[in-house]
Design a protein around this ligand. Structure first.
Ligand code: ZN
Ligand code: ZN
Ligand code: FE
Length: 758
């Protein structure tokens, strides 16, 4: 006897619109011979389905387990319904209510089906650099309003030809409702311009661009979220010239290679890294270099790592196929400015850098830099979360009121909450110049529009001079919550792990405005979402020259040495002091003694800098965190030795750096290699942080430890500290969804503001 039919209503929430979800449901229903309908609604996708129970169950299982590549299902609610005796299965028009609260997909890499077509000489899109389908291509960067329909995207300037239109209208086609659908007849076109913006006439602009790169020229290449500057990564002269023109001394450049085999020519690629490189988000992945390397040393000087990525737009694939094992592909900007997106803007800002421009006429509405990740301590960690990931929200433990959090200053991002979703913006950059500030404001407006959120509360940092704080102050009609920097770090990590209650927060970074007006950064907090108590911190030392001490770690070396030796300083004979000269060192010591322009700091980042300088690694840096990073990379040996450290006070405890500094000095004098000094210093930091956690546990009974702050970008520290704490019975939480640096801080600000405004 045939099974009786039943009916169900399925409500699917998440990223389920504009990602081919309805055709997927249609085909799934056809596979199991089910009847009913599917429609987009304001909450996601609604399905009415009827047929034999067995088939309904299989349908539901496949729906949740094998969704289309761009879909991100958050929840499927299933309810039994009365049979409506549908004759077939159909895709119903979108429901009248606004399709607003839905989620927009990030921009993702071109899919294999599209690539196959692009490289097939018989296909009508053969060699077409803007091929895409429902499963791939641009999204977030081409939208300027919702709902996500072609007229709200930069594709509105291109009317589909009859063939494209037919694909777009056919529920069984891979391009059904693919908003950026296009072909060589009706879609965007690529063009090549010389340095004076004159069109270079050629039947194949991409091949002509490749020829220029091969001759050592620098090309501005318009991509998905902005312009790249491209150069031949094997050509020392070209890369050096790019550095010179871009005013970027040493900060590493990322490279793009045609395939994994090419990347293996210059880097070690583990299995997890292979998956990251080839995933649809296509981030830059930090990989260990191999020696000797076919890449020019100038690509990532004095660095054991190289940031590599695979092509993600069809145009990249066509360019890389021209025979380059690797191209430098760095953000199309001058140092410290946002990446150029507009053709006119690119011409003006990149005129002195690029020899030619490979452009196209599909506008980018919102710039989005490449994301950067690395594997550390057994998981993927974000250094920069941007293209490919934004605007996928972090799903919170509970719904929050609508809040706009303005982030900090460096590696700025903002965060907007909508119910239980926290949307962290793409990377905005260091908020230290007008163009970046403009981009910050533009991002806030854009996100409010596409998320359809009017924030009722603004959260910001306590630092009075951050441009983000100043912007918050200017928003007169909204209540403001100023969140302490290191508290925000800890709560950010709590939020992504959905932790409630009170935790031990290790909040370690370079700089953050402390509640007492000093510069914090080596903090052990007892924290919950609403507040914190400072349980321990590094003892204060002066930062002679303020910000200058960040650029010139030798100043921190003098400060720590002065702290450790006092009068005995004069008898010290160290490479760093010889390099600096006694005159300059004495000026600094006088500044410290008289407290001239020498704010106090408890920063662990500065201690890394100071130790790097004393160990003779580097006394000046050309980008933030460089000395600390080089100290991390110097650690090669494995050893258990460590330096002594001291702890005094009881509430809060103070960790004394002087014994550590004396230990490092003794090793330098005994000509102990830097690699060993680095190992011992890392071991010391791990031991002292674990020790402090033990003390807090004894006093307060807390067993959950949350790690946040830029210092935890250090893979050696993270990989050592997590097991050290777990071995002592702590439960440890480190960032996985947002960066541990200031790029993740807006999330914490939002959650703190919500807790305080309850
Ligand atoms: Zn595709
Ligand atoms: Zn067409
Ligand atoms: Fe920070």
């Amino acid at each position: 006897m045939a099974q009786a039919d039943e009916a169900r209503r399925l409500q699917v929430n998440g990223i389920v619109q504009g990602v081919g979800f309805r055709p997927f449901v249609y085909q799934l229903a056809a596979r199991y011979g089910l009847k009913g309908e599917v429609a987009n609604t304001s909450a996601g996708v609604s399905i009415h389905i009827e047929g034999p129970v067995e088939s309904l169950l299989s349908f539901e299982k496949d729906l949740t387990e094998t969704p289309p590549p761009l879909a991100h299902i958050v929840e499927v609610k299933s309810q039994t319904q009365a049979l409506q005796h549908f004759a077939d299965f159909r895709i119903a028009p979108s429901r009248g209510e606004a399709v607003m609260a839905t989620l927009i997909s990030p921009d993702v890499a071109v899919c294999d089906d599209c690539l196959r077509e692009m490289f097939d000489p018989r296909d009508r899109r053969f060699g077409y650099p803007f091929i895409n389908c429902t499963n791939c291509g641009p999204r977030y960067t081409i939208i300027d309003d919702i709902p996500y329909d072609r007229p709200k995207t930069s594709m509105r300037h291109f009317a589909m030809c009859a063939l494209c239109r037919a694909e777009y209208d056919d529920p069984l086609n891979r391009r059904f409702h693919a908003q950026p659908n296009a072909c060589p007849v009706c879609g965007p076109q690529v063009g090549l311009l010389d340095g004076r913006r004159r069109e270079i006439r050629t039947p194949d602009p991409i091949k002509a661009a490749a020829d220029l790169i091969r001759q050592g020229r620098i090309l501005a290449v318009k991509g998905l979220g902005g312009y790249h500057l491209a150069a031949d990564a094997g050509n020392s002269e070209a890369v050096a010239r790019l550095r010179q023109r871009k005013l970027r001394e040493e900060k590493p450049f990322a490279v793009m290679s045609p395939d994994l085999a090419a990347i293996r020519g210059y880097a070690v690629v583990a299995r997890e890294e292979e998956a990251l490189l080839s995933g649809i988000q296509r981030p830059i992945v930090l990989l260990k270099k191999v020696h000797p390397s076919p890449l020019a040393e100038e690509v990532a000087p004095r660095n054991q790592y190289i940031g590599a990525m695979l092509p993600y737009t069809p145009l990249h694939h066509l360019l890389l196929r021209q025979g380059f094992p690797a191209l430098v592909m760095t953000s199309g900007n001058r140092s410290e400015e946002p990446i150029a997106i507009d053709n006119q803007d690119a011409f003006e800002r990149l005129a002195d850098i690029a020899d030619a421009f490979l452009v196209h006429d599909r506008d980018i509405y919102l710039r989005s830099d490449d994301s950067v990740v690395r594997r550390a301590a057994g998981a993927t960690r974000f250094l920069r979360r941007s293209r490919g990931y934004v605007p996928v929200p972090v799903f919170l433990r509970q719904a929050l009121p609508p809040i706009l959090a303005c982030g900090a200053e460096l590696k700025s991002t903002v965060c907007i909450t909508r119910a239980d979703q926290a949307f962290i913006s793409q990377h905005i950059g260091d908020l230290e110049n007008l163009p970046t500030y403009e981009f910050f404001r533009q991002t806030i407006g854009h996100m409010q529009r596409i998320l359809d959120v009017q924030p009722g509360i603004i959260a910001c940092d306590q630092h009075p001079d951050y441009l983000s704080t100043r912007w918050a102050d200017e928003q007169k009609d909204l209540p403001k919550v100023r969140v302490q920097h290191h508290h925000a770090h800890v709560v950010s990590c709590m939020a992504e792990h959905r932790l409630e209650g009170t935790v031990i927060g290790l909040s370690c970074d370079g700089t953050g405005y402390g509640s007492d007006g000093t510069v914090w950064g080596g903090e052990v907090l007892i924290a919950d979402a609403a507040g914190f108590e400072r349980a321990a911190h590094l003892a204060y030392v002066p930062m002679p020259g303020g910000a200058a001490a960040i650029r010139e770690p030798w100043r921190m070396a003098v400060s720590y040495l002065d702290d450790a030796y006092g009068e005995g300083f004069d008898g010290l004979d160290l490479p760093v002091l010889r390099e600096v000269g006694s005159e300059k060192a004495n000026v600094i010591r006088a500044m410290i003694a008289k407290r001239i322009n020498s704010p106090l700091t408890s920063s662990l980042g500065r201690l890394f800098d100071g130790v790097a300088a004393i160990a003779g690694l580097r006394s000046r840096v050309s980008y933030e965190g460089q000395a600390a990073m080089e100290l991390e990379m110097a650690a090669r040996a494995d050893a258990v030795d460590l330096y002594e450290y001291g702890v005094d006070g009881d509430g809060p405890w103070r960790v004394l750096p002087a014994p550590i500094v004396r230990g490092v000095v003794a090793d330098v004098r005994n000509e102990c290699p830097v690699s060993m000094i680095s190992v011992k210093f890392h071991n010391t930091v791990i031991a002292l942080l674990a020790d402090l956690c033990e003390r807090v546990r004894r006093a307060h009974g807390l067993t959950r430890v949350v790690l946040s702050g830029g210092v935890f970008q250090n893979a050696r520290l993270l990989a050592g500290l997590i097991p050290a704490l777990e071995a002592r019975g702590f439960e440890v939480f480190a960032h996985r969804l947002v960066p541990t640096n200031d790029g993740g801080i807006a999330l914490g600000q939002a959650v703190v503001a919500a807790a305080l405004s309850k």
